[in-house]
Design a protein around this ligand. Structure first.
Ligand SMILES: [Zn+2]
Length: 510
């Protein structure tokens, strides 16, 4: 397997729209260099010139590059002909609709005219009828720069302004709209718009173009929000599917990295080791796998790691025994485990499509224990917040047999029965447990400043995940939960212990 550092785009499909600028051709070349399949979409004459040059550079060019000749200019999009005096007004309206549809149709076409690549499954004899989806889109298409000094009476007119909007305003927005329908919903998908240097370095006569360029920068920020998890860059954070759907027990995704245990960074080796003995036990069969998405909850926030399997084409099985957040690479999830077969032919490779499935019984137990922990925390807060000086909820553990919540302040044993009653009340009420995403302002609006998490805990620009137990409490939380409190099952308060001004209330679920 080639080192992933130099084959970052191996098996990825990059769509480059517009190669007349040096930038577009450069992106196409760099993508090929990084192992990607490239589709170049541009006008015919420009494609021919670029292709000739790239073919000289890359011997495998014809199997790695697809060309689509397309005219995305405004004039080509509104070429519909209509006639007939009576229907003139109607035809005019239709022409507008047609030109709208025409441009979008052309953009759709760029995504669906995709080549069928040889996937690893087809190599093993199973045909893969799905064409390779586009993963990254780069737009560099533009018409020639028009310079319109403000001092020139005939320069800047409604019509020149309107003409300039096509490539700089209409096309980027429509491309974002169409990309959203076609790009895989993954943090490893991206849309890149190019603004040029005029946004930051204006030059005389280019007020209009600087205006568009500056707007593109704001547009990119807005798109990052609306197109999430698709990113404006190729950052490789793992998409945490369980954050959005805790009942996803199976998921198809793509391997983005695979490392033998021995090749892991020291900090990541430590995550895997439970004791010194384990070092000698670690063998060549042990790997850490990163995928574009995961349904596996990594250990954290008091919740144990999920277990399960990842399979490729039903014949290669990787048993996931432990899942952790990567200690070195921000936002990546490491799945530790072993392949059933030690044969190297059965191991995964970067770019392989695999299916994840988790141990459902364990997940349900962890979700019940975890939710019961929130219920207990809320019950204790509602009972004792005003009774105990300096009261606060501290950390909690939701592991089977050792689950418990810690509180600031000394909780006497006499409270055990009232806490049990309050817990029973919340469980019996079947209160809905809802997940939401809040920013700092949302916490303030709800009077919960005390809960605002550290900014570094959420990916840049993203909101914090919170769990709301309707009618009781809100907690910032990345774990998995049951839908209503009654689904926790009978929850028993076991014991209250006190130490150095804090108290621990232990519990279990049946
Ligand atoms: Zn939670």
């Amino acid at each position: 397997m080639p080192p992933t550092t130099y084959q970052k785009l191996l098996n990825k499909h990059v769509l480059v729209i517009g190669v007349s600028s040096g930038l577009g051709a450069g992106v196409a070349e760099a993508s090929l260099e990084s192992g990607a399949f490239v589709t170049i979409a541009s006008s015919q004459s420009i494609i021919d010139a670029t292709i000739d040059r790239l073919r000289e550079l890359y011997p495998e060019f014809d199997s790695k590059v697809q060309r689509i000749a397309v005219d995305l200019s405004a004039s080509s999009s509104s070429s519909s002909q209509h006639s007939g005096a009576e229907a003139e007004a109607e035809a005019e309206a239709e022409a507008d609709t047609d030109s709208d549809t025409a441009l979008e149709q052309k953009l759709h076409h760029l995504f669906v005219t995709t080549p069928t690549l040889h996937s690893s499954c087809s190599e093993s004899g199973i045909s893969n009828p799905n064409p390779k989806k586009v993963n990254h889109v780069i737009l560099t298409a533009a018409d020639p720069l028009s310079v319109h000094p403000l001092s020139s009476p005939s320069g800047l007119t409604p019509s020149t302004i309107s003409t300039a909007t096509h490539f700089r305003l209409t096309l980027p927005l429509l491309l974002a709209k169409v990309s959203l329908q076609h790009l895989p919903a993954s943090t490893t998908s991206s849309l890149t718009l190019t603004s040029g240097t005029l946004a930051k370095k204006p030059s005389p006569g280019c007020a209009l173009l600087s205006y568009f360029a500056g707007g593109l920068i704001s547009l990119t920020k807005a798109l990052a929000l609306e197109m999430k998890p698709v990113r404006g860059s190729t950052a490789a954070r793992t998409y945490l599917a369980f954050h959005h759907n805790a009942k996803l027990y199976k998921l198809s995704t793509v391997v983005s990295a695979i490392k033998p245990f021995s090749a892991l960074e020291e900090a990541n080796k430590l995550l895997f080791k439970k004791g010194k003995d384990d070092e000698s036990k670690s063998s060549d069969d042990e790997f850490a796998i990163v995928a574009e998405k995961t349904i596996f909850h990594p250990q954290g926030g008091g919740q144990p790691s999920d277990e399960g399997v990842m399979t490729k084409c039903n014949d290669s099985v990787f048993r996931v025994s432990m899942v952790r957040m990567d200690a070195v690479n921000d936002g990546q999830v490491l799945h530790f485990g072993r392949f059933d077969s030690s044969s190297s032919a059965n191991k995964f490779q970067v770019g392989d499509t695999i299916e994840q499935s988790i141990d459902i019984d364990k997940r349900l137990l962890y979700s019940r224990l975890h939710t019961a922990g929130h219920v207990l925390g809320a019950a204790v807060r509602h009972l004792l917040e005003k009774e105990i000086p300096g009261f606060d909820e501290l950390k909690a553990s939701h592991f089977p047999d050792i689950a418990g919540c810690e509180f600031q302040g000394s909780i006497e044993g006499k409270w055990k029965e009232p806490i049990q009653q309050k817990v029973d009340e919340y469980i019996d009420k079947a209160m809905p447990v809802e997940v939401d995403f809040w920013d700092e302002e949302d916490f303030r609006k709800n009077g919960l400043e005390r809960l605002i998490p550290d900014r570094s805990l959420a990916p840049p620009g993203e909101k914090f995940r919170v769990v709301k137990i309707a009618g009781a409490e809100v907690y910032p939380c990345g774990g998995t939960h049951v839908d209503t409190t009654d689904l926790c099952g009978k929850t028993t308060v076991k014991k209250i212990s006190r130490s150095k001004g804090t108290s621990r209330v232990s519990y279990n679920v049946d």
